[in-house]
Design a protein around this ligand. Sequence first.
Ligand SMILES: O=C(O)/C=C/C(=O)CC(=O)C(=O)O
Length: 241
Amino acid sequence: MSARPAAMLERAAKGTAAFEAAVHRLTDSGFTRPSYLPGWSKAHVVAHVARNADALVNLLTWARTGTETPMYANADQRAREIEEGARRRPEELRAELLAADARLAGGLAALPDECWAATVRTARGREVPASQVPWMRVREVWVHAVDLNIDTGFDDVPQDVCVALVDDVAASFRGRPDCPSVRLRSEDGAHSWLLGESAAAEPVVVSGDLPSLAAYATGRPVPGPLYPTGGGSLPTLPAWL
Ligand SMILES: O=C(O)/C=C/C(=O)CC(=O)C(=O)O
């Protein structure tokens, strides 16, 4: 069986198309308007997503060659390139995004089967197989399509991506003392996640549809109603990523 993560590659291609389409709907003057991310304009978000594509190409290079090729030289380089990108003219920034997306698509298509299991290290120091790279891109393009604050919301994010996002958040909040104990439950009962300290007393149960749960877990605008146990207020979660 091939180690190629075919389904996730497909999701990455669809998410990338959705992000590019959202940017396409953005007027030139809209680039300088605020995104949902504090201190970032929409242009910052576009520049970050373009640089993330190149950073992921670096991980694919690492997987293919065995030579350590970090996503970014350091946090300063990452921040500087986002700032520089955000100052470019809209047509340049749009073109940069498309070129970076094409480089990443080429790198993903060309990675030999035997390289997907190679271990690489992310900018957050996580050691992961290269087969995680398509998921890392899915996460970036969908969450930041919402962050652009144009017209994409979590209702537009495919349900399987919503589930995978909450899986990701639950894994990163597991056992964290700064995370309240919260059980997220999809309204159809098919999915359930425990956030925060599992040893803590009775968690607050929050139920709702998958887009709303994913939006709440990732700290984004929640499209639909969420129902915490006892009708109280929603617990405040720590920032994710
Ligand atoms: O998944 C990780 O461990 C790291 C992800 C990132 O660093 C994504 C970014 O924030 C980025 O490329 O700037």
